[in-house]
Design a protein around this ligand. Sequence first.
Ligand code: FAD
Length: 271
Amino acid sequence: MIPIATDYTRAASLDEALAALRDGAKPIAGGQSLIPLMKLRLAAPEALVDLGGLDELRGIRREGDSFVIGAMTRHRDLAESDELRAGCHVIAEAASGVGSPAVRNRGTIGGSLAHADPHADLPAALLALDGSVTVRNASGSRTIAAADLVVDYLQTSLADDELIVDVRVPADAGRSAYAKFHRRAIDWSIVGAAAVLRGDRVQVAITGLGARPVRASGFEEVVNGGGSLEDAARRAGEGTSPLDDLDGSAEYKHHLAGVLARRAVQAARER
Ligand code: FAD
C-alpha cells in the first residue's frame, strides 16, 4: 500500500526535534510500529521528525541508584547489555523477546513505551519495576511514573509536543524475570508477566489483559502475605476484563496470567 504524503525531517539535535514537535510534527524512532500504521493509513501524520540521528538519546548509564536508558536505545542493545542483565534483568529479558531480530535491531524502548500497545512487553516490565520516564518539550521537562504513563489503548499521558528522552529503572532491581506466551517465537505476547523481587516483596505486572499493563495486585497480596504461588496465580488477572478474541477467551487469558506470573516469580527466585 502507498502511504500518504508526509513531510520528513531528520533532527540534528534534541532542540531541533522538540521545535519540530512544537510545530506539530510526530516523532519517528525505529518505525516498527508507526510505519505499519501509516502503511495501513491508520496514522496519517502531516510531518515526521526522525530521531535516528540523536546519539544523545542512545545508551545506558548509571546515575545514583538508577540506570538511565536513552529513549532511542534499541531492543537489541537492551537485550545484550551486561549491565542490565546483572542489575535489571527483566528489561533485558523482555527486550530479548520483542518480535524478530529485525524488529529488535530498529525498535526502541522510547518508541515501545510511547506507542503503548496493549500487548507490548516493555511497558509491563517498567510497571513491575516502578520505573519512570523523563519527557521533554520545548519549554521544559517532567517525570512520569510508569503507573501513570499508559492511560488507555495505544494512549499515554504524553502531550503531543512531548518526547520521552530517557527511561529510569532501579540499577539494583533485585532478582527479576519476564515470561511471555505467544504462538510463534517472533509473535507479540498474548499475555506476558514481569516479576521483580525487592527484598522479600514480589512486584508483578501483566500485559495483554486489557487496554494497558496492570499490576497483579491480587497476586502480589497473596505472595507478599506468605501464600503460595498456586493460590496467588488464581488472583493474577483480578480486576481485569480481557476480550474474548482469536487468541482465546477471557478465561483462558486469566489462566495464562496466573501461569506466567508464577513462572516469572519462580525464574526470578532461581536467578
Ligand atoms: P516507532 O514505530 O518509530 O514509533 C511508535 C510511536 O511512538 C509513534 O507514535 C511515535 O511517534 C512514538 N515515539 C517514538 N519514539 C518516541 C519518543 N522518544 N517519545 C515520544 N514518542 C515517541 N513489541 C513488543 O513489545 N513485543 C513484541 O513481541 C513485538 N513484536 C513485534 C513484531 C513485529 C513484526 C513488529 C513490526 C513490531 C513488534 N513489536 C513488539 C513492536 C516493537 O517493539 C516496536 O519497536 C515498538 O512498538 C515501537 O518502537 P519504535 O522505536 O519502532 O517506534
